[in-house]
Write a protein that binds this ligand. Structure first.
Ligand code: PXL
Length: 283
């Protein structure tokens, strides 16, 4: 059956992230992606001297026009929001289009590697927290999870080096602050008992905590979180389990990172995911 997803995200000319990733991934998964831009940028914000035009002032037009057309969405995905006001617009969009049976995935794009992205303020964090409370599924990376839950990151990194199971339990406990939400916390670095470097996407759903683990390839690449979020939402709409979605996303992103590493792609340019989109078709 034909399914529509509203993708509320920015359009960055370089960086293979946000809407660029959403449109490619959702189409490859057999879903219609309806882009609602939150901002238009020359590049993602990791490049020096990027230019950003906020699209916040146009978001209400989309809501009104789409409402007038009577469209509905099986899924709603929100990602990068350049201003707290853009988050208010997402709330208005949800008031109109979040119906019973609509799956809303909030990717709380706020930071990575222990740092908040450039341009974000306390107000941005608070606004993202409000959206997170309306989501069915959240896909923060470890940094974003810590920002949203007010958790100190360093002790968690320490724990990852010594006792990954204790780290996962600590994250599960913190996630109770967002009771009833399904979480996939992405990119959790840790070591195996034999000292291997690993990275886990931790699926938290009620009592369940399932680590989906891959070798840690290293490097930080633009857009991997956006790819993950779009694949996760797409795989839910395709009827796959959260664990299977997390596995599929991890496999595709792993292949794309390996390819980019082999070519020496700069992290800001994102990963070579394009050749692997065919992995995302229905099973
Ligand atoms: O991939 C997250 C992201 C999305 N959009 C913009 C960004 C970033 C991360 O830096 O700058 C504009």
């Amino acid at each position: 059956m034909h399914q529509r997803v509203a993708a509320i995200n920015d359009l960055s000319g370089l960086g293979r992230c946000s809407l660029t990733a959403d449109i490619a991934v959702l189409a490859a998964m057999g879903l219609e992606c309806c882009p609602l831009p939150t901002a238009v940028l020359t590049t993602q914000t990791g490049y020096p001297d990027y230019r950003c035009v906020s699209f916040t002032g146009h978001m209400e037009d989309y809501r009104q026009h789409w409402l007038q057309l009577g469209v509905s969405f099986s899924g709603i995905l929100s990602g990068y929001l350049a201003t707290p006001e853009a988050a208010d617009q997402v709330e208005a969009f949800l008031d109109t289009f979040q119906k019973p049976g609509t799956l809303y995935l909030c990717d709380p794009v706020l930071g990575d590697n222990g740092h908040v992205y450039r341009g974000f303020t306390d107000a941005s964090i608070e606004a993202m927290g409000k959206l997170a409370r309306r989501a069915d599924i959240l896909t923060p990376n470890l940094t974003e999870f810590c920002i949203l839950t007010g958790t100190d990151m360093e002790p968690l990194f320490q724990l990852g080096r010594t006792d990954a199971q204790a780290l996962f339990r600590a994250l599960q406990e913190k996630a109770l602050l967002f009771k009833g939400k399904k979480f996939i916390i992405t990119g959790i670095p840790h070591s195996s008992l034999s000292g291997e470097h690993l990275v886990t996407n931790l699926v938290l759903d009620g009592e369940k905590a399932v680590p989906v683990t891959f070798p840690h390839l290293g490097g930080t690449y633009s857009g991997t979180g956006d790819l993950f979020a779009a694949i996760l939402l797409g795989s839910q709409l395709q009827g796959r389990s959260l664990e299977r979605g997390a596995q599929l996303a991890g496999e595709l992103i792993g292949k794309a990172i390996r390819s980019s590493k082999a070519e020496g792609t700069p992290g800001n340019d994102g990963v070579n995911y394009e050749p692997y989109l065919s992995l995302l078709g229905k099973e």
